[in-house]
Design a protein around this ligand. Structure first.
Ligand code: NAD
Length: 305
């Protein structure tokens, strides 16, 4: 199958591109390299440098003639979505709509969207949180992801496109940007390996659900094969505090110190996803235990390759 991956130069998109090629698919990548790296794009993929909100996208997607689109390109910085919500909406709302519309005009039948289970539910007492829980995003980034999901629903209902939103938990693994705002595993691993102290914002009791990038890739492969539409949580159901993750990273690195700084205003305090719908419907199971995934990730940051 020919598959278009937007954001294929990024952390998750580059791993997905590698896996799709390994499964015998052909892959086209569209990415504007704003955070992604050209060297991360598998040389066997066709690469097109373009912004997903660009008016020229429709003719490009028509030219590529893919059967499916996996849309991962996004403004991924939650804090930036607060300081510059208009730019966030340009990329994450208008950009997503532009990709969907280009896909429709090009006759693409199957569309998979990287949504965020970490950002669309907001803080909730119902944890692990199921898809049926009301989505009340706590940031413009979360609003953008939820809005993308609504467009997917409309394109399914109106045009019969098969659309799947995968609501990722906190994804971690090799190639994650250690200098960005998100990606606590990458940031901590990078700092401790460099002999620097890592900073925990607040008291470290904030909880998250950490899912390994290989498991997220597997969820995308499962969604490409499935015949269903809808939204699916892609997490582990294991709720872990930042303090616990910090301890695991220190163990994997073998050394390291953490300091505690002021809490980030408005930061979500809890997140943990109920993955039963994905297990039952997509036949997907997260495979990687957190301890092993962190050890693998630290090993990669020690010696990237
Ligand atoms: N990493 C996580 O924990 C996580 C959690 C939930 C959802 N997601 C979603 O998964 C997707 C991939 O995230 P990632 O962690 O790999 O981040 P990333 O920053 O590594 O990848 C995003 C890619 O999109 C590209 N991009 C950004 N804006 C673009 C634009 N306007 N036009 C074209 N390309 C553009 C970037 O250059 C980059 O290659 C995003 O949609 C993100 O919102 C990630």
């Amino acid at each position: 199958m020919k598959i278009l991956v937007t954001g294929g130069a990024g952390f998750i998109g580059s791993h997905l591109t590698d896996a799709l090629l390994a499964h015998g698919h052909s892959v086209a990548v569209v990415d504007n390299l704003s955070t992604g790296l050209r060297v991360q794009v598998n040389p066997r993929a066709d690469f097109y440098e373009m912004d997903v909100a660009d008016a020229g996208l429709t003719s490009l997607v028509k030219k590529i003639q893919s059967e499916a689109v996996v849309h991962l390109a996004a403004q991924v910085d939650v804090r930036k979505s607060v300081t510059d919500p208009v730019e966030d909406a340009r990329v994450n709302i208008l950009g997503t709509l532009n990709v969907l519309e280009a896909a429709r005009q090009a006759g693409v039948r199957h569309f998979i969207f990287a949504s965020s289970g970490g950002a669309i539910y907001g803080d909730t007492d119902v944890r692990p949180t199921p898809e049926s829980h009301p989505a009340v995003p706590a940031s413009p980034y979360g609003i953008g992801k939820l809005s993308g999901e609504h467009f997917l629903r409309i394109y399914r209902r109106t045009f019969g496109m098969r659309t799947v939103a995968l609501r990722y938990a906190n994804v971690y693994g090799s190639r994650q940007n250690a200098l960005g705002e998100a990606g606590v595993v990458a940031i901590f691993a990078h700092r401790l390996l460099a002999g620097q102290r890592a900073e925990i914002f607040g008291d470290g009791a904030q909880s998250r659900d950490f899912v390994y990038v290989g498991d997220v890739v597997a969820a995308n492969l499962a969604a490409l094969q499935a015949t269903v539409s809808g939204a699916f949580n892609i997490g582990t159901g294991r709720e872990v505090t930042i303090n616990e993750v910090a301890k695991l990273i220190r163990q994997a690195v073998g050394q390291g110190e953490f300091s505690y700084g002021p809490a980030k205003p408005g930061e979500q305090m809890t997140s943990c996803l109920d993955n039963r719908l994905a297990v039952e419907t997509l036949g997907w199971h997260p495979q990687m235990p957190l301890e092993e995934g962190i050890a693998k990730t630290v090993a990669w940051f020690r010696e990237p390759g």
